[in-house]
Design a protein around this ligand. Structure first.
Ligand code: NDP
Ligand code: MG
Length: 382
């Protein structure tokens, strides 16, 4: 039996992971859960799963949870960043699913790797902010980073049994988001309500906005660079509005292998948890004939975030952490109605322009770059 901990259990990925756990029955046990502020759902999850430890973001919510569980209940209730780390490093856990949203996932992921855990990685911001350090750490600790992001799971699946040195490039597919066909004038008027509706995927708020700006694909380019060790020249993006092909790998002989499936995160979550086995789950199947699949080149002019991400990735050092943190702030400000949609790339570009890059940064320097970028971006959005 595998024992897991889930960081972000009340989110989109967290809830789907719990469905996968249900499907897998006695093969998997949830020993730790961490959530943010949705204490009612956290309470239901604890009552159902009886984990050893549960963490909430705020102390008052943790007290509320403890009170509602009653004196007899054995689950330890913790909170804050220390609580998140306690769940990530829980003794006896083999795999930690990192499904919190944003760079808050970095510290618990690093601690989990140091504690020898395998990481089922949904939180792409971890590899964007600190790719080389996290990969080095995982190598030294002998732990595995198991991709959960659907594109990276697709590439990983295409690489099974292959020699990774024989890869010539990877092609990440992107749906293009809800504004794929919008011209610049329309893009400037986009509202948070429109941007929060993704055509193919049902996801948390931040990643849904990132999908609309194509920053999500930008973050995924950097995530792929570190997971698969390829140069940016060999990572391409193609727009594929149907989201059926989740990504592709081209090999040196010219053969391209793709992974297909219904857009449903239960499949990649399950694959990360059961690898190298494939087991029957409840993710829906494609029904053939599946209709037309189409592809088009991304438009870097209307979607500048994609270009900014390539640029940050190529510059390296602390720059990708700045890209990520500035984007988090810009997305928050857009959702709060304080800035327009096209101000998201402008704020990110401005933070990158002002940043003095540190090459080969330490974790502390990355945290400092992240803090700096948040402060700068907040001031730009005033
Ligand atoms: P959601 O916003 O739906 O969920 C985020 C989760 O993190 C929630 O459980 C939330 O708790 C928790 N959380 C937020 N802040 C904190 C904090 N400070 N401390 C503890 N917990 C916190 O996001 P998604 O599930 O959509 O995405 C999660 C990650 O997975 C992201 O990095 C995203 O890029 C990645 N991903 C998501 C995909 C998807 O289909 N959703 C696909 C591929 C990758 P609460 O709700 O209780 O406040
Ligand atoms: Mg993805």
């Amino acid at each position: 039996m595998k024992r897991i901990a889930i960081l972000g259990s009340t989110g989109s990925i967290g809830k789907q992971a719990l469905e996968v756990v249900d499907d897998l029955g006695s093969e998997i046990e949830v020993a730790g859960l961490a959530a943010g502020s949705n204490r009612e759902l956290a309470l239901q999850q604890v009552k159902k799963l009886a984990p050893e430890v549960v963490s909430l973001a705020k102390e008052e919510d943790a007290h509320w949870l403890k009170h509602n569980l009653g004196l007899e209940w054995n689950t330890e209730v913790v909170w804050g960043i220390d609580g998140l780390v306690a769940v990530a490093t829980l003794t006896g856990v083999d795999t930690v699913l990192t499904a919190v949203s944003g760079a808050v996932g970095l510290l618990p992921t690093v601690k989990a790797i140091k504690a020898g855990k395998d990481i089922a990685l949904a939180n792409k911001e971890t590899l964007v902010a600190a790719g080389p350090l996290v990969m080095d750490l995982a190598r030294t600790q002998g732990t595995r980073l198991l991709p959960v992001d659907s594109e990276h799971s697709a590439i990983w699946q295409c690489l099974q049994g292959e020699n990774t040195e024989r890869v010539s490039k990877i092609i990440l597919t992107a749906s293009g988001g809800p504004f794929r066909t919008f011209d610049m004038d329309l893009l400037k008027q986009v509202t948070p309500g429109q941007a929060l509706k993704h055509p193919n995927w049902d996801m948390g708020g931040k990643i849904t906005i990132d999908s609309a700006t194509l920053m999500n694909k930008g973050l995924e380019i950097i995530e792929a660079r570190w997971l698969f060790g390829l140069d940016y020249e060999n990572i391409e993006v193609t727009i594929h509005p149907q989201s059926i092909i989740h990504s592709m790998v081209e090999f040196v002989d010219g053969s391209t292998i793709a992974q297909l499936g219904v857009p449903d995160m239960r499949l990649p979550i399950q694959y990360a948890l059961t690898h190298p086995q494939r087991v029957k789950g409840s993710a829906p199947r494609l029904s053939w004939p599946i209709g037309d699949l189409s592809f088009e080149a991304p438009d870097y002019g209307r979607f500048p975030c994609l270009h900014l991400a390539y640029e940050a990735g190529r510059i390296g050092g602390t720059m990708p952490a700045v890209l990520n943190a500035a984007n988090e702030i810009a997305v928050e400000q857009f959702v709060a109605g304080r800035i327009g949609f096209m101000s998201i790339p402008s704020i990110v570009a401005k933070a990158m322009e002002k940043h003095t890059v540190i090459q080969k940064p330490s974790f502390d320097q990355i945290f400092e770059a992240d803090r700096w970028a948040r402060e700068m971006s907040t001031s730009y959005a005033q």
